[in-house]
Design a protein. Structure first.
Length: 132
């Protein structure tokens, strides 16, 4: 069971990751054209790369105590982009030879989550519209 220091580490890292994400969105909005959500692309790619580095250095090689690992991997990178956790989980399934489960995880995570967002948007618009 995580102690108080790990909870504080996750919360602190999460606050920093969220601010970094916000800053990356502002920066990308100024630098790139408006054709794609470049801020999201930037944080998803960067966060996925960084969690790969962190996994090798901190988990496989046991570089830091659990509170610092939680600060960096769950808090900072988790708030910076949840796509990094998705990427790491997918790689773990592929490396373990569970290709079918990896494909199912990708499908559920991408297709079902997008569908859930679409359904929620339509239902909420309908509900809010009925209140007017």
């Amino acid at each position: 069971m995580p102690g108080l220091s790990e909870w504080v580490a996750v919360a602190s890292g999460g606050a920093m990751g969220a601010m970094l994400r916000f800053g990356a969105f502002i920066w990308a909005d100024r630098v790139f054209s408006r054709g794609l959500p470049w801020g999201s692309v930037l944080v998803n790619v960067l966060g996925s790369a960084l969690i790969g580095v962190a996994f090798v250095l901190l988990v496989e090689r046991g570089g830091l105590n659990p509170a610092w690992r939680s600060f960096l991997m769950v808090g900072l990178l988790g708030a910076f982009t949840t796509f990094s956790a998705f990427s790491l989980d997918t790689v773990a399934l592929i490396e373990s030879g569970a290709l079918g489960r990896a494909a199912m995880y990708i499908g559920l995570s991408v297709v079902v989550c997008i569908a859930a967002a679409m359904v929620a948007i339509v239902m909420t618009r309908s509900f809010v519209g009925s209140l007017s």
